[in-house]
Design a protein around this ligand. Sequence first.
Ligand SMILES: *[C@@H]1O[C@H](CO)[C@@H](O)[C@H](O)[C@H]1NC(C)=O
Ligand SMILES: CC(=O)N[C@H]1CO[C@H](CO)[C@@H](O)[C@@H]1O
Length: 472
Amino acid sequence: MSRDNEKLHIVMFPWLAFGHIIPNLELAKLIAQKGHLVTFISTPRNIDRLPNLPPNRNITFFKLPLPKLHNDLPQNAEATTDVPYDVVQHLKSACDALQQPITRFLQSSKPDWIFYDFVPYWLGSIASQLGIKSAYFSIFTASLLGYLGPSPVLMGEDPVRTHPLHYTVSPDWVPFPSTVAWRYFEIMKISDGITHNHSGVSDMYRFGASIRNCDIVAVRSCSEFEPEWLQLLEQIHGKPILPVGQLPSSKNEDENENEMWQWMKEWLDKKEKGTVVYVAFGSEAKPSQDEVDEIAVGLEKSELPFLWVLRTQRGPTDPEVLRLPKGFEERTEGRGLVCTRWAPQLKILGHESVGGFLSHSGWTSVVEAIQEEKPLVLLTFLADQGINARVLEEKKLGYLIPRDERDGWFSSESVADSLRLVMLKDEGRIYREKVKEMKDLFVNKERQEGYINNLLDYLKAHTKIQRGSQDE
Ligand SMILES: *[C@@H]1O[C@H](CO)[C@@H](O)[C@H](O)[C@H]1NC(C)=O
Ligand SMILES: CC(=O)N[C@H]1CO[C@H](CO)[C@@H](O)[C@@H]1O
């Protein structure tokens, strides 16, 4: 078969976390729709757990088993959601051990481009040695990357951030006024990613090297939303920064999902329009037991109906299994529903009874909330969530539950008050309105297509296509 001169082959390798894999898959689908070929690399179990795709001859899934290392990674743990937070570092080590097999794969398949994530920071230089173009694809916003700063800072060559407190202020390289920074309790929770590193490499170093060694940075962003940050990125990194749009989730009609969905839908159908608060914190964030207690009592005090998707455990080896307060389910029977399994979030958010979303501020959840016009109440736990929350707060797209600056403590009253403010009160009207205003910008199909066309035009223009008579 003669290969079309215009047809690109792109390899994608997202970090082994569903919060990364899913937006990568959305991007892969959009690229495939334009007739290009995508090879999507992950581990066998992660690929088996992906949402069912309609038949798609343009996407090939390539299963790469994790090498067995002598560390504390439990058997069958292949994604961050499978392991307690402190074991994620071991998953990073295992991911680093994929360097050889991925190199061999690239040598034999000779793609035009590889899109990689921040954990396999070594992929950019391998690709360039093999004559393959590379993009660091950030599922994180341009605000986060801009806040993280230049590669020399991230890689410790320019040690301006030596203490967690340095992460709580707007840095010198941000030339405009901005609230974007972690709060003290947020950075303390993830300080292991900055300093200690069981995998031998800190997260900051991974970001720095990923950006330094790629040809372009592709960002889940749109220039209408954070133009100043995209511009800043181009300045500080001196390479092309290409926003790929917000990658709204596509609806899928999975059978399993339908069964769970029928049960939830029946329950939601009986509630009044716009009254139910949906509570969910993504596939990674897990509250502490004290936080669960406070959230639960807060939901009781709010007197609102609620649907709470609560992950009680991070994988089967997680020793800390969360419990609901004694008598909670009896006291809230009929008014509240707690689901401890995976749930079809986009469908829930799309139901008209749902009137607000108590979320961890993960960007996929944020995009889904905006997609379904549901106002956000935010409670951050990990990683980029604090930074996302600052951005949303600046734009009045989310209301943060008030917390103690030092330890992040929040009370059940503040949970109840925040929910009622955003969902019912006049002072909270702005949050309900802004989220609607933003919808077109985030999920408009043509706008999204425009970003993909722009990206593909760039990739094509910068690919050495010497295929004339080359048949494959
Ligand atoms: C796959 O690519 C072809 C063009 O080669 C295109 O017509 C088709 O729509 C693509 N399929 C999907 C599912 O995106
Ligand atoms: C890149 C980075 O931060 N590496 C550090 C990881 O931790 C070891 C000690 O455990 C340091 O020596 C490295 O500099």
